[in-house]
Design a protein around this ligand. Structure first.
Ligand code: NAG
Ligand code: NAG
Ligand code: NAG
Ligand code: NAG
Length: 396
């Protein structure tokens, strides 16, 4: 995330407030009842040939993605979406709310907001940071993480969508960042937040089984993107350390064994083999990567486009050009056609947009052809702060 001098001060203040909260790796809280019916499209593993060329007919910016009923003005960045029991919600990164007086309302390292209406895409209902619910991190801290204070704190950031395990369960990967001072943080691995909704009590429960899922000795599987195809989860990782974000590596696990690390397998494209042992890279392994990018990746999400009969990765590159691009493949393992197509050059604010992610779920409504259009969101840097914007891309 981008830190200005002003936000740094606020993070300092708030981290000390947050340490007073009850530490836990499990949380349950009220979730607004807005539903938008989704029909999940079924795919087979190999889609074969793309059924139509990739081209865009229309782009439309809807504006700020926010909750107009929240008296606080909310700034935040990153984030991805998820759908459980036909309720679609976003989880964003570091979130700050200001009262009308300009005073600080609250700060948390993540925030959760429910989508009110697919046909009114800017509308959210804040569930974890608002004048009415107060503020807390919906991605729960362990006791140790919560005990850090002042400028030392843990942060959970995501720049992609959850792993949609079923219509009623999902898991979301978050990068765990550890701040040693207000301005210095390092990546220590990623963590998995498991989501479930109790539709009678209207509560969401979020649990973390382990503090770290994949640490720095291997790749950040699930941190970049994911696909769920034919009962298998594919978890994509960017090799930031050795490839400077050009290479994407992949792991896979059966949906039914998602929580069991002994079932995870790791793909080596150079030999076309899976191994139960996670690689421990000491150098770039480009030939082993499932995607060998021609540009460095930054953020994105993957989905199956029924409209194109192909898998898509919609992404922002690492060149801060505020541009959505897409690449495609017939199977989750490829071959990925890495000649990308620019699908939308968005308008930046005071500085570049980042954290671009596609949300085909807005098009996953009964009777529609999934992938004919996608809603996308990104982090927009205004002079006052950073907040998400949302828009729509229609394909030809
Ligand atoms: C979601 O909505 C669809 C369409 O109305 C319906 O078929 C499906 O059963 C719903 N799923 C859940 C989990 O409620
Ligand atoms: C990372 O995790 C592996 C497997 O659990 C463990 O053996 C290793 O010590 C860990 N490394 C670091 C740097 O935490
Ligand atoms: C790869 O994608 C580009 C951009 O959409 C397209 O022009 C090209 O024909 C594709 N190549 C193949 C082999 O399909
Ligand atoms: C920035 O905040 C000020 C004070 O709240 C407000 O008047 C102004 O409209 C905001 N600017 C933008 C671009 O949102």
């Amino acid at each position: 995330m981008q830190l200005t001098a002003a936000t740094t001060t606020i993070l300092l203040l708030c981290a000390s407030v947050a340490s007073a909260a009850t530490p836990t790796a499990s949380i349950s809280f009220a979730v607004p009842t807005y539903t938008n019916p989704v029909t999940w499209v079924k795919t087979k593993y190999n889609m074969g040939k793309m059924s139509r060329a990739l081209s865009v007919s229309n782009r439309q910016e809807y504006g700020r993605l926010y909750d107009p009923s929240n008296d606080w003005t909310v700034y935040r960045d990153g984030g991805g979406s998820c759908t459980l029991n036909n309720r679609t919600f976003y989880v964003f990164c570091d979130t700050t709310g200001y009262k009308a007086s300009g005073a600080l309302g609250g700060f948390a390292t993540s925030s959760l907001s429910v989508v009110e209406d697919f046909s009114n895409p800017t509308l959210l209902k804040d569930a974890s940071l608002s004048s009415s619910v107060g503020y807390f991190s919906p991605i729960p801290f362990t006791t140790t993480e919560a005990s850090y204070s002042n400028s030392k704190r843990y942060a959970f950031w995501t720049y992609t969508n959850c792993v949609q395990l079923s219509e009623t369960s999902a898991a979301h990967f978050f990068n765990v960042q550890k701040y040693s001072s207000s301005s210095s943080n390092s990546y220590v691995g990623n963590t998995i937040a498991n989501y479930a909704i109790d539709t009678t009590a209207n509560k969401i429960s979020i649990t973390r089984d382990t503090k770290i899922a994949f640490n720095t000795s291997t790749y950040n599987y699930g941190g970049f993107a994911n696909l769920v195809v034919n009962g298998a989860v594919y978890l994509y990782a960017l090799d930031k350390t050795y490839s400077s974000n050009y290479d994407v590596h992949v792991a896979s696990v059966p949906v039914a064994k998602f929580g069991d690390s002994s079932y995870y397998q790791y793909w080596d494209a150079s030999t076309s083999t899976w191994s139960y042992t996670a690689p421990q890279p000491t150098a770039r392994r480009q030939s082993s990567a499932a995607i060998k990018g021609t540009e460095p990746f930054s953020s994105g999400s993957m989905y199956y486009s029924e409209y194109h009969n192909q898998y898509f990765l919609v992404f922002f590159n690492n060149w801060v050009d505020s541009t959505f691009r897409a690449i495609t493949a017939p199977t989750p393992l490829g071959p990925w056609n890495v000649t990308n197509t620019v699908i939308w050059k968005t308008t930046p604010g005071k500085s570049y947009n980042y954290g671009g992610v596609a949300h085909p779920v807005y098009d996953q409504t009964p009777g529609s052809t999934v992938g004919q259009y996608i809603d996308v969101h990104w982090s927009y840097q205004d002079t006052n702060g950073t907040y998400p914007k949302i828009g729509r891309i229609d394909f030809t």
